[in-house]
Design a protein around this ligand. Structure first.
Ligand code: COA
Length: 147
């Protein structure tokens, strides 16, 4: 059975391990402290993702599913959960950078945008400035009350 919830402090080690295995950045997580959601199955964290807030916008980042659990809808569940957390916190726009998951995010309603069209403070984040290469695709989604 899968359990979806906000991450606790003791989950961070397992989250970092999943991210590192997938080649996603972790070096700024201790300082940026994004809000993580996780899915746990049989005591093991199998999926995670995070929101890093900047005013009325947020960076959707660090979305990862364990290699042996991909393709089962867990990534979609994590993204939906983070969108609900964002809406509940009055965030109206999500931005992300991805090198490998453009199709996955376009299935969830994200559209490719220019990096320069992201809000200024999101562009100032460590992920934008230093951690994701210029070749990464920038995508965005405007959150409405109902998606
Ligand atoms: C991207 C990732 C999170 C997707 O998670 P997942 O659990 O395998 O995806 P889901 O099973 O929820 O897929 C949801 C939908 O996206 C599609 N999809 C998933 N991965 C896809 C991919 N790489 N390319 C195209 N479509 C993809 C699925 O077919 C499914 O389509 P549907 O809407 O028609 O049913 C996972 O592959 C992963 O951890 N990748 C490595 C880390 C990464 O690149 N993260 C993104 C950076 S922020």
């Amino acid at each position: 059975m899968s359990e979806l919830r906000a991450a606790a402090e003791e989950d961070l080690g397992a989250i970092y391990a999943l991210l590192e295995r997938a080649g996603l950045p972790t070096s700024d997580l201790a300082s940026s402290k994004p809000h993580f959601a996780v899915i746990r199955e049989a005591g093991r964290i199998v999926a995670a993702g995070a929101l890093q807030r900047f005013g009325s916008a947020a960076l959707l980042r660090s979305v990862v599913v364990a290699g042996d659990r991909r393709g089962a809808g867990l990534g979609r569940i994590i993204v939906r959960e983070l969108e609900q957390v964002a809406r509940a916190g009055k965030v109206d726009r999500l931005i992300l950078l991805t090198q490998t998951a453009r199709e996955f995010f376009s299935h969830q309603g994200y559209r490719v945008i220019e990096r320069g069209d992201a809000p200024q403070d999101v562009q100032g984040s460590e992920e934008f400035r230093a951690l994701c290469p210029a070749s990464a695709t920038c995508m965005g989604k405007v959150l409405t009350g109902s998606d």
